[in-house]
Design a protein around this ligand. Structure first.
Ligand SMILES: [Zn+2]
Length: 625
């Protein structure tokens, strides 16, 4: 299918009751992994694995003595998991052969720093790790160790508060290296990523009501993590999941966003899916279809199959009054038949081409014969599955289950985005509370530090800058990429009106540096100082390029040698002088004229004494000579 270009949907999100939240996972900078002392680094893609081992998974009871429904579905998939290991980055902890070492406290500190940054009101006073079950094989223990750091935060966005439900610290999972064939039920993981410290930020699903805002919030939170200096950079270091719902639909969790700028498309395709499933539900109900119409009666239709192997059989289920249902388009280019079979393939491992439905029967069956055996009316449908008896019954029981759910509209589930089509496919049933239980290996860690004063000075969170200044998220990201966010944040806090000018200077400098390949200025302190000097008129913009070259050559520059004897006092400079005069008078009662003169001389070294004098006259501080 062609990738749709642009937004062709034009949905009224408000009318639809669109709600969306984000789950942002970001790897944290650290010296070691969260529960062992291995380096938190990924091996290069060319690395050869030292050895591998194999595991199968089964669920365990939750704290209240129940299995999590989602976990049981995961168990049904019955994956065989092969782990590839690499000497330097993996020890016996990642292999689940030893209990965890004490958690990396430096990482925990970063969690609290982030919680403060996100205005969280209730940081915990004790770190207690829990186990969150994972049966997809991505964690060798079958669970992820995770702890809550704080709750009830918020960021400002478009004059509203976007609530942050939770800030968590957890271990990253292993990365899947190869998975082409669902039917083989084998997955391969590289263990290097397992155990890298991760933070998870969860925004409140009720607070965002259109995809553009959702994208901006995602970008802002990602930027916030970077300017705070706690998050790792690079591909895969930040991953986002989205929760989406519309009125009458259900909350669906979507994973696998690669480009956050594609979020609008993903949201529109999910809205399309939920609307289509609601329409389908209405249609079935209008026809009088009830859940009890879908019975788990598996009828042998092997005699209607053309090329059945000896080890195979074919069974069918009746779907009364469902004619045409499989041809309903659920997402662009994706019919209900695919929506159904896709799910069954993932759960049972039986390939989709072994399943058929009555609206467009496959070539390997005689549809008239199947209808005869099932004794169907004109308006009735069927699903036929072929294969081993066990897998066929499994697939058909899942078919019945999904058909019943069609009468509820949209099932709550976790789905995976397909970046080629912007559609999504079933991944798993949404997990409930029974997925979590406490980790008995790690004792609680008391938190006694006063975390109220740990925020770095001079770094204003990007969401606060956006609210106050005439600047966009993309422009702030640009500034951060130029490694000048702290300087920018410091300057605009003192002088908000310099915002656009500062941005212009940074853009100019970045282009100039790129054009003339002045690579040594990159992340150099003198380069950062230059912007402070430019904005405070310690050096003139006329010398800007020359200074960049000098910094690249010598690693330093001398502002004094750059002063100009005669600087034109423009409106902005004049305004800055006024600010300095007013500030000085506020700080010192009865400030002497000499003192004021001296202060102005220090602040504006490029001004001549005559210029300072005439400004003071103009301001009425001294009479004209
Ligand atoms: Zn280790």
């Amino acid at each position: 299918m062609q990738k749709p270009s642009g937004s062709s949907f034009d949905y009224n999100y408000k009318e639809l009751g669109f709600c969306a939240g984000l789950e942002i996972h970001a790897q944290l900078q650290s010296e070691r992994k969260l529960f062992c002392h291995c380096p938190p680094n990924l091996v290069p893609s060319t690395a050869q694995s030292d050895y591998h081992f194999e595991r199968f998974f089964r669920p365990v009871l939750g704290e209240l003595g129940d299995f999590d429904a989602g976990m049981l579905v995961e168990f049904e998939k019955h994956y065989r998991v092969i782990y590839e290991t690499y000497g330097d980055n993996i020890c016996t902890y990642e292999m689940d052969e030893t209990p965890p070492f004490p958690p990396c406290l430096d990482t925990i500190d970063k969690g609290f720093l982030l919680a403060r940054f996100l205005n969280c009101e209730s940081p915990v006073n004790e770190i207690i790790f829990n186990r969150k079950q994972y049966l997809d094989g991505s964690i060798t223990t079958g669970f992820q160790r995770t702890t809550i750091i704080a709750r009830d935060g918020f960021i400002n966005f478009q004059n509203k508060k976007i609530r942050i439900n939770n800030v968590l610290i957890e271990e990253d999972a292993a990365r899947r290296v190869d998975f082409h064939d669902r039917a083989s039920r084998t997955v391969y993981y590289n263990l290097d990523r397992l155990g890298i410290p991760l933070t998870e930020i969860i925004t409140n699903h009720e607070d965002c009501h259109d995809p553009t805002a959702l994208m901006q919030i995602g970008l802002l939170l990602g930027l916030g993590l970077r300017v705070l200096g706690i998050a790792k950079r690079g591909i895969g270091s930040v991953r986002q999941d989205v929760n989406i719902s519309i009125t009458g639909g259900s909350r669906v969790e979507l994973k696998g966003i690669q480009e956050i700028s594609d979020l609008q498309q993903y949201c529109d395709h999910e809205i399309t899916r939920q609307l289509a499933l609601l329409k389908l539900m209405k249609k079935l109900k209008t026809k009088g279809v009830k859940k009890s119409d879908f019975q788990a009666n598996y009828i042998d239709v092997s005699s209607a199959i053309t090329d059945l192997n000896k080890s195979e059989l074919a069974l069918a289920v009746r779907l009364p009054k469902c004619k045409g249902i499989f041809l309903e388009e659920i997402q662009p280019g994706k019919l209900f038949s695919e929506e159904l079979f896709d799910r069954i393939e993932l759960i049972t491992g039986l390939p989709m081409y072994e399943m058929s439905q009555s609206d467009t029967p496959r070539q390997w069956l005689d549809s008239t014969r199947v209808r005869e055996i099932l004794n169907l009316q004109q308006d009735d449908s069927y699903v036929v599955v072929r294969g081993s008896q066990k897998s066929v019954i499994h697939a058909l029981s899942r078919t019945i289950e999904r058909m019943k759910k069609a009468l509820d509209g949209v099932p709550e589930e976790t789905r995976r985005f397909n970046p080629k089509t912007f559609n999504s496919e079933f991944l798993r049933v949404i997990h409930g509370k029974d997925r979590m239980y406490s980790d008995t290996d790690t004792p609680p860690v008391s938190i006694s530090v006063d975390y109220t004063h740990i925020l770095p000075e001079n770094i204003t969170p990007p969401w606060d800058l956006i609210e106050k200044l005439p600047i966009s998220v993309r422009e702030l990201i640009y500034i951060e990429k130029a490694n000048l966010y702290p300087e920018f944040s410091y300057i605009v806090q003192k002088d908000p009106e310099s915002c656009r000018k500062m941005l212009g200077l940074i853009q100019h400098a970045s282009h100039y540096i790129k054009k003339h390949n002045l690579t040594k200025t990159d992340n150099c302190d003198e380069y950062k100082k230059l912007f402070l000097d430019l904005i405070s008129y310690k050096v003139s913009r006329d010398n800007f390029e020359e200074i960049l070259i000098e910094i690249n050559r010598t690693g330093t520059y001398d502002p004094k040698s750059r002063r100009l004897d005669k600087v034109f006092i423009d409106d902005e400079l004049y305004r800055r002088i006024q600010v300095v005069i007013a500030d000085s008078e506020k700080q010192m009662n009865n400030i002497t004229l000499d003192r004021l003169f001296g202060i102005l001389k220090t602040h504006f070294p490029m001004l001549s004494s005559e210029q300072i004098h005439s400004t003071l006259v103009k301001e009425g501080k001294i009479g004209a000579r």
